[in-house]
Write a protein that binds this ligand. Structure first.
Ligand code: GLY
Length: 261
């Protein structure tokens, strides 16, 4: 297990606010900020254990979803696109994130009517698979495409139905290996590009976080963890149940430099 920072691996996370009780949910249920904070601390420790130097941004009590920091930006090679999150209540999350990320590399912005949640952008090599969802519109994908083209990346739009984000359904588990919730997305998009796909029946299994030598998997998807391990992926399961209750997952909780996915 790596225990000291690896050059180039940096991550930005944002603390869980007390107002997390009011985070957006597709199925309303009581949320426990203390449990979420405990699980968040374990998540941060897992990033650090994988060699990431982690910067913790203070919570904003006026932004109940602010711990889902991935949605506020898309980090590219040499430039970061600050998004316009698709839920109006989440728009005020971006200035603090932009200020922090501008310390690392230049940032550019998205203008109305474009919207995008970073959870809709899955990077695999030179491709950026961009989910068209209720949070990410065509203008958002066009803006990402323009910024990406300037740094030699190609955006591939993907239709998503019945899920919050593209990465609610599929993520990168290892180089050229996608894990995807079965029957929920057109996998031909990935296979046509030579990528392997491991399908899972576990809803929480579609979102894993590849960190180099280790891939984090939600403790709510044990069969996915076993299948990935059988495929040769080194997995670590961590509990993020309180974030699942707010439609969140592993990737949502950080913005990463030096990581695929
Ligand atoms: N609760 C996360 C979101 O809906 O954006």
């Amino acid at each position: 297990m790596i225990s000291s920072p690896v050059p180039g691996r940096r991550a930005l996370v944002r603390a869980v606010p007390g107002s997390f009780t009011c985070a957006l949910q597709s199925r309303p249920t009581a949320l426990n900020p203390e449990l979420a904070r405990s699980q968040h601390a374990t998540y941060v420790a897992a990033l650090e254990g994988a060699g990431y130097r982690v910067t913790l941004l203070a919570a904003d009590e006026s932004c109940p979803d602010c711990c889902f920091i991935e949605d506020t930006a898309v980090i590219l090679d040499g430039v970061t696109l600050i998004t316009r999150p698709g839920a109006p209540s989440r728009l005020p999350e971006t200035p603090a994130v932009a200020a922090a990320l501008s310390q690392e590399q230049p940032v550019v912005y998205m203008q109305a009517p474009a919207t995008m949640d970073g959870g809709d952008v899955l990077r695999v090599g030179r491709w950026l698979f961009a989910g068209r969802t209720a949070r990410t519109n065509a203008a958002g994908i066009d803006r990402l495409s323009a910024v990406a083209a300037e740094v030699g990346l190609e955006v591939v739009p993907v239709a998503v139905a019945g899920a919050l984000h593209l990465k609610s359904l599929c993520t990168l588990a290892a180089p050229e290996l996608i894990v995807a919730v079965a029957h929920r997305i057109d996998l031909a998009t990935f296979r046509a590009r030579g990528l392997r796909v491991l399908e899972t029946d576990e809803l929480a299994g579609g979102n894993v976080l590849a960190l180099g030598e280790v891939t984090l998997v939600s403790a709510d998807s044990p069969l996915t963890a076993s299948a990935l391990a059988a495929d040769g992926v080194s997995v670590r399961s961590i509990a993020i149940s309180e974030f699942h209750r707010a439609d969140g997952a592993l990737t949502c909780l950080s913005l990463r430099f030096g990581a695929p996915g």
